[in-house]
Design a binder for this molecule. Structure first.
Ligand SMILES: N[C@@H](CCC(=O)N[C@@H](CS)C(=O)NCC(=O)O)C(=O)O
Length: 209
């Protein structure tokens, strides 16, 4: 399988999940900062994924799977023993879907594109920051009684949350009101498979908070 990724982007999440699941991926970097987005092999990424964004996963049958949540579940389900995704039909599975959806629609898409494009204006950015603050407060509360989003065990949702909330340092989202969240991010940042994914993508290995 090959993961199309961009450094410092949401594609870190499936990369972490693959590492944690013991799945070895081929990696191809995409430059999403310039149009057209070119892969490191020089191909226009739109020819590979017409949606134009990462992550995208080339499966072993040659087909392409897109959307971070779908890719996260696909990878986690390859190794049920990893505990990254509870089994289908269990109550915990729906909790995982609940968290993945929350991170995707309420956090990921509040940080991005709004906080990465100053040209969108200070009013839009302040509105995005206010929404993000409310949502981080919910996670902070959850972490009062849970080590991870699904309870005591690291799951695919934590890989995604770590990736997205990790953007706070570049987007002026203040994490000081959330001590448990900062501790959670640091615990995840210390995981060997997380460090390995970050290193492979050329990211700075440092505490996320
Ligand atoms: N709905 C997609 C969104 C993915 C997304 O926003 N990817 C960003 C990086 S975090 C990207 O590749 N942006 C480049 C672009 O939109 O041109 C998903 O959840 O996977």
């Amino acid at each position: 399988m090959k993961l199309y990724y961009a450094t410092n982007s949401c594609s870190l999440s499936p990369h972490i999940i693959a590492n944690e699941a013991g799945i070895s991926l081929d990696l191809e970097k995409v430059n999403i900062t310039k149009a057209p987005h070119l892969t490191e092999a020089g191909q226009d990424f739109a020819e590979i994924n017409p949606k134009g964004y990462v992550p995208a996963l080339r499966l072993d049958d040659g087909s392409l799977l897109t959307e971070g949540v779908a890719i996260a579940l696909y990878l986690a389900d390859r190794t049920p023993q990893s505990g990254l995704a509870p089994a289908e039909g269990t109550p915990e599975r729906y909790r995982l879907l609940e968290w993945l959806t929350f991170i995707s629609s309420e956090l990921h898409k509040a940080y991005s594109p709004w906080l990465f494009h100053p040209e969108l204006g200070e009013t839009a950015q302040q509105a995005a920051r206010a929404k993000i603050a409310d949502r981080l407060a919910l996670i902070e509360k959850h972490l009062a009684t849970n080590a991870y989003l699904l309870g005591e065990r690291f799951s695919a949702a934590d890989a995604y949350a770590f990736t997205v909330i990790g953007w706070s340092k570049w987007t002026r989202v203040d994490l000081t009101p959330y001590p448990r969240l900062r501790d959670y991010l640091q615990r995840i940042a210390a995981r060997p498979h997380v460090r390995e994914a970050m290193r492979a993508e050329g990211m700075a290995i440092a505490a996320a908070a």
